[in-house]
Design a protein around this ligand. Sequence first.
Ligand code: ATP
Length: 261
Amino acid sequence: MSGPAGIGHIVHPTAPTSHPALPVEPLLEVRGLSVSYGRIRAVEGVDLAVEPGRIVSLVGSNGAGKSTTLMAISGILPLAAGTVRFAGEDITRLAPEARVGRGIAHVPERRRVFAGMSVRENLVLGGYSRGDRAEIERDIDTLTALFPILGKRLGQAAGTLSGGEQQMLAIARGLMSRPSLLIMDEPTMGLAPQVIDLILDTVLEIRARGTTVLLVEQNAVEAMRLSDHVYVMRLGRIVHQDSGSNIDPDRVKAFYMGAEA
Ligand code: ATP
């Protein structure tokens, strides 16, 4: 089954609700998340919530624990403590593949595409959890409309694409599972400025198509500009959070440095 708000389903996620006073049930809710690498505690007591139809960013300096948090949410890393709830269900103990089935897709850091396989084969693999071949072909058409350059390269080996194209493929492959939550880890890393703009525009487009986004982004100012809510991490903890419209880049910088910790 596809997720409730997969690609190609146009909804209006940021439209105001008729009862703004009613709290929106979060799509993702993380409570007291702690993760260790052996004896090193990399993430400690993280609480965060992602409401449906939003772009939520995690920012912070290198080693703050952002990637670790994302990997624990998608089930790649085990939790030392805490809970992860998704669409009202406790998924803390679900395997990563089961979380994909529930509607969570993770686009990892460093755009890991299958270099020896064609662009089309990479996309088909992204849809493996669904099985319906005709639907997969339709989604490839939808995604090549979102990323026209991939449409021109469907038969080409993924390893021959430029860095920006590989990133687009990694994102498109994530969308092939029709997630309701797309987790993106540093999608602009190492890309040229124009390509960075293109990728960030795509993040907005993905939200406009009804998919919720949890983003880790090294370009904190850019991330704050496009996000509905921002969490700042330092030394494994959330040290600050605010709405995208209220967040103050200078204060965020101070939190990065520990000046406000
Ligand atoms: P970056 O932007 O550098 O990826 P980050 O905020 O994503 O930073 P993490 O990669 O989550 O941070 O790392 C958090 C902490 O965990 C760091 O101190 C890091 O050195 C440590 N760490 C990360 N991966 C491992 C690992 N495989 N084994 C041991 N320690 C690790």
